[in-house]
Design a protein around this ligand. Structure first.
Ligand code: FAD
Length: 394
C-alpha cells in the first residue's frame, strides 16, 4: 500500500547541501507542500570536502529563513595563497568558515525537516519519466511517484545519468584531518602545484586544534592518481600537514564550464549533480545551495500553477540568470590559471593590491567576475615579469 512518502508533491534525491536547500526553497515558497528528502545515508554522515564554507552560503540560506546556522563556529579571516614560496596572505573582506560536513549537512537536513520536509533513507537506482497526457510524473524505483523530482545526488548522480545529461571536466581530491601546524593556525592556506597545473594543496584551520588538509587536481586523459600519490603531493606542497592525519576520504568534483544548461522538464538537477564545482577553487557548496533553492522555488511555483512539467524550464531560466555570467568568468579564470606565469601574475597582483585579492576571492567562492582591477593587476604583473632583468643582466 502506498504511504504518504510514496506520493509526495516533490521528491528530492540526495540530502546534501543542494538537496536540503531544494527542500527549503520549496517549503519557503509553499509551506504546505509534501516534500520527500531521500538519501542513501543516515545523517549525520561524512563527505569528502575541504569543509570551506563561504559566507555567501549563509546569505542564501537566510533568504529561505535559515539563520544562525554557524554562530557557534570560529570564523577564519586569513587566507594565504602560495606557489613555490611566493604569494599573498591577507584578511578576507568577509571571513569564511571551516565546518566538517558531518556537522554542516546534518544541520541543513534538520533545518529542512523543521520546515516540513520528510527525510527517508532510500537509495535511488532507477527513474522513469512519464510525460503522459493524464498528468504524467516521475517514478523512482517503481515505488515513489512525484510530479517533480530534484536530482541532488552528487558527483556520481544516478538521476543525471537517467536523464542523459553529461557533465564536463572532472577533478579528483582527497582530504584528511590533522592537528593544525602552528604556522597555519587561524588561516585557510592554499599552495598551488608547481609541477602540474591546475592542482593545489590546502590546510584549513577548523578552529578546534584540527585542520582539514587535502590535495586535488584536474583529471586529464591518463590514469587517475591513487591515494598514496595524492597524499604525497599534499606533503610536498605543504610539508608537515599529513603528520598524524586520519580520516582520508576522496571524491570526484564535476567542474563547471562556459556553457551551463541543465535539462528542463520535470527532473531538475542541482549542485554537483548539475556539474557545478568552481574550476578555479573546487568550491561547490555555494552553487549547491544556490541552485537547490532556485530549483525548490521553481518546483513549488510550477506545482502551484498546476504545470509541474514547466518546473525545469522555470528553474533553468532563474538559475542561469543568477549564475551564468559568473560561470563564464570562472571558466575563463580556470583556464587562465592552468598557465603558471598567469597564476604567478594573479598571486603577485593579490600581494600588491587588496582589491585584486578581494575580487579573486569573490570569483573563487561565490558569484564574482574577472573585474577591471583583476585585469589591470594581471597586466601589470605580467609586464613586470617580462621587464625583470635576466639573472646574467643583474
Ligand atoms: C576533497 C574535496 C574537497 C572539497 N572542498 C570544498 C570546499 O572546501 N568548499 C566547497 O564549497 N566545496 C568543496 N568541495 C565540493 C563540495 O563537496 C560539493 O560541491 C558539495 O558537496 C555539493 O553538494 P551536493 O549536495 O550537490 O552533493 P553532495 O554533498 O555530494 O550530496 C549528495 C547526497 O546525495 C546522496 N546520494 C548519492 N547518491 C544517491 C542515491 N542514488 N540515492 C539517494 N541518495 C544519494 C549522498 O549520500 C549525499 O548525501 C570539495 C569536494 C571534494 C571532493
Amino acid at each position: 500500500m502506498a504511504g504518504p512518502l510514496d506520493r509526495p508533491d516533490l521528491a528530492v534525491v540526495g540530502a546534501g547541501p543542494a538537496g536540503a536547500a531544494a527542500a527549503l526553497g520549496a517549503l519557503h515558497a509553499e509551506p504546505g507542500l509534501r516534500v520527500a528528502l531521500l538519501d542513501r545515508a543516515d545523517f549525520p554522515r561524512d563527505k569528502a570536502c575541504g569543509d570551506g564554507v563561504a559566507p555567501h552560503v549563509l546569505d542564501r540560506l537566510a533568504e529561505v529563513g535559515v539563520t544562525g546556522l554557524l554562530d557557534d563556529r570560529v570564523p577564519v579571516a586569513r587566507l594565504r595563497l602560495d606557489r613555490g614560496g611566493r604569494g599573498a596572505e591577507r584578511t578576507m573582506a568577509r571571513p569564511s568558515y571551516v565546518v566538517p560536513r558531518r556537522v554542516l549537512d546534518a544541520r541543513l537536513v534538520e533545518a529542512a525537516q523543521e520546515a516540513g520536509a520528510v527525510l527517508r533513507r532510500h537509495r535511488v537506482r532507477d527513474l522513469t519519466v512519464d510525460g503522459g497526457a493524464g498528468g504524467g510524473g516521475v517514478v523512482l524505483d517503481g515505488e515513489i511517484a512525484a510530479p517533480v523530482v530534484v536530482g541532488a545526488d552528487g558527483a556520481r548522480s544516478v538521476v543525471r545519468r537517467r536523464v542523459g545529461w553529461a557533465p564536463g571536466a572532472t577533478a579528483l581530491a582527497l582530504r584528511g584531518y590533522a592537528p593544525v601546524t602552528p604556522a597555519r593556525e587561524g588561516a585557510q592556506v592554499i599552495a598551488f602545484g608547481t609541477a602540474r597545473q591546475p592542482s593545489y594543496a590546502w590546510s584549513f584551520d577548523r578552529g578546534d586544534g584540527w585542520a582539514n588538509v587535502g590535495y586535488g587536481e584536474v583529471l586529464g586523459d591518463g590514469q587517475a592518481p591513487g591515494k598514496g600519490e595524492l597524499i604525497g603531493h599534499l606533503e610536498d606542497l605543504l610539508p608537515g600537514t599529513t603528520r598524524d592525519a586520519t580520516d582520508w576520504r576522496g571524491h570526484h568534483l564535476p567542474l563547471s564550464g562556459l556553457r551551463w544548461r541543465p535539462p528542463s522538464g520535470r527532473v531538475l538537477l542541482v549542485g554537483d549533480a548539475a556539474g557545478l564545482v568552481n574550476p578555479m577553487t573546487g568550491e561547490g557548496i555555494y552553487y549547491a545551495v544556490t541552485t537547490g533553492i532556485a530549483a525548490g522555488r521553481a518546483a513549488a511555483r510550477a506545482l502551484a500553477e498546476g504545470r509541474p512539467a514547466r518546473a525545469g524550464h522555470r528553474y533553468r531560466r532563474d538559475a542561469r540568470a543568477h549564475l551564468l555570467p559568473h560561470l563564464r568568468h570562472t571558466a575563463a579564470a580556470g583556464r587562465l590559471s592552468r598557465s603558471a606565469p598567469m597564476l604567478d601574475a594573479g598571486l603577485a597582483a593579490s600581494a600588491r593590491d587588496q582589491r585584486v585579492f578581494d575580487d579573486l576571492v569573490e570569483l573563487g567562492l561565490a558569484r564574482g567576475r574577472i573585474s577591471p582591477a583583476v585585469v589591470r593587476g594581471l597586466v601589470t604583473s605580467l609586464a613586470r615579469a617580462l621587464l625583470r632583468p635576466l639573472p646574467e643582466e643583474r
